[in-house]
Design a protein around this ligand. Structure first.
Ligand SMILES: C[S@@+](CC[C@H](N)C(=O)[O-])C[C@H]1O[C@@H](n2cnc3c(N)ncnc32)[C@H](O)[C@@H]1O
Length: 201
């Protein structure tokens, strides 16, 4: 019998490009840093017309995600254990991704660690390659300095535009927002999320 882990978790080995993880042609969305799995278990259930891949680097967190997933409710979800960076462009066909969700990426607050931040110019170049025109990137972080960093990276990139009146908003105006474990924890400690929404031109 196929286990839930076998159903959901994929290696990179034979599956490149990852567009082939699903054998149908539904629009493909990705989440980076799935954490304990709130988003990847809840949001796709409301969007069964789309497929979703969650990337998570930590094995422990992959196990957390698996506890919230089952093939019946989440047939349109797969997980890949991987540290995402600008090499994401090698994983997908060009112009094939319909949207990206990133909630609370690690902020790496110390200046000497800033180069470890996910949002770098080269990462945005890669996203621009794999995203379809009009694809949206939804981001949340409770870390104000990182939010400003992210806005700076996007505003220096000609292939993205902010869809919000102000690039950082404290309230979320999209349907089906999933409050993740990290958002809940940070709010409890008095840190409000900063929401950003960009579109691939
Ligand atoms: C602060 S937690 C947020 C988790 C979840 N998104 C939430 O909001 O609760 C960041 C998560 O991203 C994962 N992560 C960090 N860097 C990553 C990367 N480059 N690629 C994939 N996952 C990453 C971490 O293991 C961790 O689970």
């Amino acid at each position: 019998m196929i286990s839930d882990r076998d159903f959901f978790v994929r290696d990179l080995d034979d599956d490149m490009p990852l567009n082939k993880l699903f054998d149908d042609s539904k629009d493909l969305y990705i989440e980076i840093g799935s954490g304990k799995g709130e988003f990847i278990s809840q949001y796709p259930q409301k969007h069964l017309e789309h497929n979703f891949i969650g990337f998570e680097l930590s094995e422990k967190r992959i196990i957390n995600c698996l506890k919230k997933l089952n093939p019946e409710n989440n047939p349109n979800v797969r997980l890949v254990r991987l540290a995402i960076d600008e090499k994401i462009a090698l994983l997908f066909d060009e112009g094939s991704i319909s949207g990206v969700f990133i909630q609370h990426p690690d902020p790496w607050p110390k200046r000497r660690h800033h180069r470890r931040r996910l949002f770098q110019a080269a990462f945005l170049d890669s996203l621009a390659k794999i995203l379809k025109p009009k694809a949206k990137i939804q981001i949340a972080t409770d870390h104000k300095d990182y939010a400003l960093w992210i806005v700076d990276k996007f505003s220096n990139h000609k292939e993205f535009v902010s869809l919000q009146e102000s690039p950082i908003q404290s309230d979320y105006n999209l349907e089906d927002h999933v409050v993740t474990w990290f958002e809940q924890e940070q709010r409890r400690q008095g840190f409000e999320p900063n929401f950003m929404l960009y579109e691939r031109i």
